[in-house]
Every structure is written in structure tokens, then in C-alpha cells.
Design a protein around this ligand. Structure first.
Ligand code: PLP
Length: 385
């Protein structure tokens, strides 16, 4: 009987046989735009690097294996990957999206795709009844993000996929926050998984990328055509950087989860702080569901300092934790969603979805947890909190 490899083994080996020409254990960076053909119509599987490149292929196969899908398709950013997915639709089609998807996904939907005739409803996808109520005759896609940015809401992957199937909607899950180490949406019946590689999958804050995984042959064919026809593909060097990142995904995610649990418990116990949002805390509404569909609770925490002035004072005083956009790197990064990641969302809409002016989001890194806590504590004290 064939033994199915474990996640950490696949992360290191899937898609990456030693280089047949040299035996190099690391997939080379194939810095080539084109490939010499043996004769007309005969090549070694590669024609032109917009269409495919061996380093990109290795990354696409690696992450497809981690997600349990048949095909992976890499794009120049997570946003370009989401954009490619929206290209699957036609004018007049309606999409239901999680109400607090990443602000850039909201901006792409409202400020670009609505201009081309797509229609969007942003709903609380933690409640499947709300999704069902939002379905229109023209609905074609359900796009969820779980855990979602920045309120760390959890949507039920199997309930969402079952509902989507009943209504013939293509289901999409943005798995950036969880990574395939913590959850594999395809195994819950979701049709398409999308990632910003920029975050945990690469893990070292040194490249941007996006990736789509699916087992749906029609979607694969159309997205492969999109890579060729639109051209927003990932470069060989960035593919190589990300391949290096996925090799350590399992160990990094374990440490992110462990540190975030310690930091969230400390924040919740400290006092002087408003709500602390982390699915690993029993107080979190998604705690039980996250425990069922995820292998751990992830590394993202949000907490409310009550006002913009308090958040600004605190963010000025952190030293080890970096005030920056993005998440998922080995270093701890702190963000102010209302003015940074979610600045494209109108203020009244931000309030409706819980992105208050005092909300601070922390991507807990894999430094020593005591050092992260010491930095947060000092910054809170220095801000009079
Ligand atoms: C959940 C999520 N999806 C998609 C994106 C977009 O990815 P990128 O910045 O690589 O374009 C981000 C970026 O922050 C994100 O957090």
C-alpha cells in the first residue's frame, strides 16, 4: 500500500525533484524568457516563460500538493490571483463576498470590477443564513475569507461549500491567514483556494505573489489561459524565494500558533484593553468552529484600544514589533486596519463590519514570545494604557 506523505514532508519535497541536469537539490531559478525548440512543434514542455517556467511550475505543484488540489497557478501578487478568479465571471454576474475581506479585495471588487458590470454583496459569511438571503438569480460565486481580516471571523467551510453547491455557485476561499497547514478548504468541498503568497507561505517578507489552487478542470483551463493572455504571472526568482519559504511552513506555523496563543491570553488578562479577537480564546465566537475545521488557531490577533489617538500612541511606542502593512512574516508586524489595510473601505462600512478606529492587528512572529509581550507591555505603559 502506498504511504501518503505527511504535510511537512510534502512541503519540502512536492514538485521539487533534484535537477535532472546537475542533481542540484534546490530547484534552480530558471532565468529564461524562452526555450530552444528541437524542431517545429517539438519542445521539452516549455515554450515561453509567460506561459510556463520550471521554477514557477515547481512552486505551483508544491502548493497544489499542500492544498490537496490537482493544479496550482501562480500570479504576481495575491491581488492579481483574486483578479484572475473574478475574470471567470461575466457582466451582470453577482458575487457574495465575506463582509470583511482584505481591503484590497474590496477595492478590486468595488472600484474595478463593478465598472465592468459585476455586482457584489458583502455579507457576514459566519452566518450561512445571511449568505442564503443574499443569493440572487444572477449569483455565480461565493467568495469567503476565513479567518478574515482583521476581525478574525471564522466561516464554516463545509456549510458554505454545501450551500454554494445547492445554488450552483462557484465557491472560493481565501486561505491566506490559515495556510494549508491549518486548513485545506478543498477538502471541505470548496472549488477554488486563493492565497497571497506574500504572507505565511513565503514567510520572510521578501517577495509578493499570489496562487490559485483547484481540482476543477474547467477552472484550471480558463486560469491557465488567463496567465498566458493577461500575463500577470509570478517571476522565476519570486517563485524560488517562495519555494524556499514553503519548506519551513510547518515549523513556522506551529510556532506562530503557539506564540499567538500566549500573546492573546496575555492581552486578554492584562486589562486596560478592549476586546481581544483571537479564535484560540474561548471568548471568541468562532472558537468552537475553528477548533473543528483548523489544526491550530493561527497567528493573527486584533485588539481594540478604544480610539484612534490611543492606537496611534501605542503604535508609535512599539520597538521590536514593526508598524507595517502585511502579515505572516517571521517577524511580528503591527497594523492599524482603519488607516492601512482597510483604508479603501468607507468609514461607515468599516464601523458596520467592526473595523473601529481603535482596532490594532498583530501578526505574531516567531521571536521569543516573552520578548513580544515585553515590547507590547512597554508600549502600552508608555501610552498611558
Ligand atoms: C487575506 C488577503 N488576501 C489577499 C491579499 C492580497 O495579497 P497581495 O498583497 O499579495 O496582493 C492580502 C494582502 O494583505 C490579504 O491579507
Amino acid at each position: 500500500m502506498r504511504h501518503e506523505q505527511g504535510f511537512a514532508t510534502k512541503a519540502i519535497h512536492a514538485g521539487q525533484a533534484p535537477d535532472p541536469a546537475t542533481g542540484a537539490i534546490m530547484t534552480p531559478v530558471f532565468l529564461t524568457s524562452t526555450y530552444v525548440q528541437e524542431e517545429l512543434g517539438r519542445n521539452k514542455g516549455y515554450e515561453y516563460s509567460r506561459v510556463s517556467n520550471p521554477t514557477r511550475t515547481a512552486l505551483e505543484q508544491n502548493i497544489a500538493a499542500l492544498e490537496g488540489g490537482t493544479e496550482g497557478l501562480a500570479f504576481g501578487s495575491g491581488t492579481a490571483a483574486v483578479d484572475a478568479i473574478l475574470h471567470l465571471l461575466a457582466p451582470g454576474d453577482h458575487v457574495i463576498m465575506s463582509q470583511n475581506v482584505y481591503g484590497g479585495t474590496y477595492r478590486l471588487a468595488r472600484m474595478i470590477w463593478e465598472g465592468y458590470g459585476l455586482r457584489f454583496s458583502f455579507v457576514d459569511t459566519t452566518d450561512v443564513r445571511r449568505i442564503e438571503e443574499a443569493i440572487l438569480p444572477s449569483s455565480r460565486m461565493l467568495f469567503i475569507e476565513t479567518p478574515t481580516n482583521p476581525t478574525i471571523d471564522i466561516s464554516d467551510l463545509s456549510a458554505c461549500s454545501a450551500l454554494a453547491k445547492r445554488h450552483a455557485l462557484l465557491s472560493v476561499a481565501d486561505n491566506t491567514f490559515a495556510t494549508p497547514y491549518l486548513q485545506q478548504p478543498l477538502s471541505f468541498g470548496i472549488d477554488i483556494v486563493v492565497h497571497s503568497l506574500t504572507k505565511y507561505l513565503n514567510g520572510h517578507s521578501d517577495m509578493l505573489g499570489g496562487l490559485v489552487v483547484t481540482s476543477n478542470a474547467d477552472v484550471t483551463e480558463r486560469l491557465r489561459f488567463m496567465q498566458k493572455a493577461v500575463g500577470g504571472i509570478l517571476s522565476p526568482f519570486d517563485s524560488w524565494l517562495c519555494l524556499r519559504g514553503t519548506k519551513t511552513l510547518a515549523v513556522r506555523m506551529k510556532q506562530h500558533c503557539e506564540n499567538a496563543l500566549i500573546v492573546s491570553r496575555w492581552l486578554a488578562a492584562r486589562g486596560g484593553i478592549g476586546r481581544v479577537l483571537f479564535p484560540g480564546l474561548e471568548s471568541h465566537p468562532g472558537h468552537e468552529l475553528a477548533g473543528r475545521q483548523m489544526r491550530g488557531f493561527g497567528g493573527m490577533i486584533s485588539f481594540d484600544l478604544g480610539s484612534l489617538a490611543r492606537a496611534a500612541a501605542f503604535l508609535k511606542n512599539v520597538r521590536l514589533c514593526a508598524l507595517a502593512e502585511s502579515l505572516g512574516g517571521v517577524e511580528t508586524i503591527i497594523t492599524h486596519p482603519a488607516t492601512m489595510t482597510h483604508a479603501a473601505v468607507p468609514p461607515e462600512e468599516r464601523l458596520r463590519i467592526g473595523v473601529t478606529d481603535g482596532l490594532v492587528r498583530i501578526s505574531v512572529g516567531i521571536e521569543d514570545a516573552e520578548d513580544i509581550i515585553r515590547d507590547l507591555d512597554t508600549a502600552l505603559h508608555e501610552s498611558g494604557l
